[in-house]
Design a protein around this ligand. Sequence first.
Ligand SMILES: Nc1nc2c(c(=O)[nH]1)N[C@H]1C(S)=C(S)[C@@H](COP(=O)(O)OP(=O)(O)OC[C@H]3O[C@@H](n4cnc5c(=O)[nH]c(N)nc54)[C@H](O)[C@@H]3O)O[C@H]1N2
Ligand SMILES: Nc1nc2c(c(=O)[nH]1)N[C@H]1C(S)=C(S)[C@@H](COP(=O)(O)OP(=O)(O)OC[C@H]3O[C@@H](n4cnc5c(=O)[nH]c(N)nc54)[C@H](O)[C@@H]3O)O[C@H]1N2
Ligand code: SF4
Ligand SMILES: [Mo]
Length: 667
Amino acid sequence: MAEVRKAACPLNCWDSCGFNVTVENNKVTKVEGDPTHPITQGKICGRGRMLETRTNSSERLLSPLKKINGSFEPISWEQALAEIAAKLSEIKQQYGTTAVLHSHDYANNGILKNLDQRFFNCFGGVTELYGSLCWGAGIEAQKWDFGNACSHEPDDIYNSKNIIIWGRNVARTNMHFYEKLLEAKKRGAKLFVIDPIFNATAKIADQYISIKPGMDGLLAAGIIKEMLRLGLEDRGFIEQYTHGFNDLGQLLDSISSEKISEMTEVPCDVITKLASVYADKPTATYMGLGLQRYKNGGNTIRFIDALVAISGNIGIAGGGANYANLQVGQSFALEELTLPGRRNNHRQFSMMKQAEEILNATSPGIQMIIVTCGNPLTQVPDSKMVEKAFSSVSTLVVIEQYMTDTAQLADYILPTTTAFEEEDLYYSSMYHHYVNFGPKLVSPPGEAKPDLWIWTQLAQRLGFGADFHFSRAEWLKMTLKSLEEKGLTLEKLKEKHTLELPVDKIPWQDRQFQTLSGKFEFTSFLGQQKGDNGLLTLAVPDESKWKNPELAEKYPYSLLTIHPLRSNHSQNYHLLANEPRLKVEVAQNIADKLNLQKDDYVRVWNDRGEVKGYLSILPAAHPNTINIDEGIWRRFGGSVNNLTSSRESDNGLGSTLYDCLVNLEKF
Ligand SMILES: Nc1nc2c(c(=O)[nH]1)N[C@H]1C(S)=C(S)[C@@H](COP(=O)(O)OP(=O)(O)OC[C@H]3O[C@@H](n4cnc5c(=O)[nH]c(N)nc54)[C@H](O)[C@@H]3O)O[C@H]1N2
Ligand SMILES: Nc1nc2c(c(=O)[nH]1)N[C@H]1C(S)=C(S)[C@@H](COP(=O)(O)OP(=O)(O)OC[C@H]3O[C@@H](n4cnc5c(=O)[nH]c(N)nc54)[C@H](O)[C@@H]3O)O[C@H]1N2
Ligand code: SF4
Ligand SMILES: [Mo]
């Protein structure tokens, strides 16, 4: 008998949708949107609908596997857990706990996915990754400027006169915001899109501004210069609530507007127009994550923040420097769940440079890697190095649902459940501030087990089973502890399926910033505390003609590797009805120069590696720009990270995935 149950999307995405899932005879048969969800209102994307296939696919991993003489053989859970626990004990005794590396990402937004950290903390503290491939540079930047990264609530967009979408691929990655943009436009707001690619959001813009990749900080500098020249700045805000404005003034005097226009490849009159748009308040700025995946990425976000501040668009309805919304995740008692106080040892490797760090580690060297919620071979930059590193250790354990490129390298693969096979709470710290309840709807296939079950079993075998002796409901209650007094209980969440978290809907209205000075900081004290001079700069990408002319001569094109339409990173390619093929999208001038036609087979390369794929021409993309969507498995022509660099961003916490020069030829 078919039954429709409410559930939630687990995918790492801006939108965190509510679902109506049809279940028939212990089988998920359809995933649709929940029309009663206050934000997502019944609409979901193809990735969400495809969770039905992700749950039912015959390619699911069904039993623990051990690599014996180069091929995988099924083994029992008892054997897998006993052998892995024995290795963990042995390593702890012989080398210390930091000889184990926990490599992870955020493939699943479930709150209880954080219990991996509890496991490693209680084990004694392992080598963990810091920083983020995803949003790290921008988050750190906003901490320097505001003290935290907070966005306005979704409906505040209707208070904006002007909306600037700055490097966010809204129509593709943030569909419910796209719906709101359409409505805001109907209500009279003007929409501007700044992006090197004329994407689907640019199509609905009143004005599209094409920019040279990685040059947005400089563009923001140019707009500020124009505002100051025309006397459009908010003097009151600058004088009362900011620190370091004079430093910024000096920096801006060191470059002319013409030079900015030449370097950003944005015409002077467009920069002047943007200055008047920022002055015509309220103007909302919605940044994406694309524009900060550069060496100068932190500075880029800081400069855009500065522009929003100078124009007086902070803390007002319809304004904001909207990037991420960390207050959402900060609502939960995550320390209670992960117990950071329990670790005695601790070592950190950079997320971006994990491969080099594995290969170079000493005292202790890395003996074992455990991968959870991640597919580093496809997703981490410089794939060749990643493969070398992950093949170098004596034991690689991968907890997975599918035989990914990373899983192929494993010594042990532990099969795990998908979202509809376990109960959890889901939220995203990227956009809206609602938390969703996701019930267990069906039993897992074969012997797949929840990640939490695996941690509990290993903890028991390693002598800290008591730290995992809680029911799923008890764990969930633990995370909601600080919210209970505000009426947000597990019982209520189960009944309502989604609840609003108590966050600031218009952040910084009180002008009380969380920085060290309590002010908005153009020059950051936190940056200084961390050994930087805290100043804004006119930095450009590392792989650019200004920083490295020889490299730019050899590799004349900027490669972006943006997020795919039909897959969440690497999660869906193998499940698509039509076999995917690697598409190399190029700006018109490249096709003209090299005399290339659609569907030509081309090779894209640099000193790090190469990929081959089929050409397609991007209408109106910025000259000399190429895009290849990320996430593609080796068997479909990937990974694009063969080409990207593991360099860290300026503030050390972000990636430089799009700071990447390449060349291209017909193959
Ligand atoms: N369909 C789909 N949706 C997703 C995901 C997915 O894999 N697939 N992933 C989710 C996750 S984890 C994330 S982090 C978000 C990311 O969401 P977004 O930030 O929207 O996506 P990105 O693909 O990172 O890049 C966004 C845009 O940045 C532009 N861009 C690149 N470089 C520059 C630049 O130098 N300047 C400017 N102005 N623009 C630039 C690109 O052309 C692209 O339009 O999406 C989430 N949603
Ligand atoms: N070149 C390039 N590289 C990029 C990006 C880019 O724009 N360009 N984007 C970066 C960004 S923004 C991000 S967020 C990362 C994402 O990087 P990842 O999070 O590594 O990528 P995913 O493909 O989403 O998921 C990885 C694996 O997690 C598994 N998984 C899903 N659910 C679970 C679960 O519940 N438990 C366990 N154990 N495993 C699970 C999936 O099967 C999948 O194989 O990629 C980054 N890499
Ligand atoms: S992937 Fe994002 S937009 Fe798609 S259903 Fe899930 S939360 Fe919604
Ligand atoms: Mo991400």
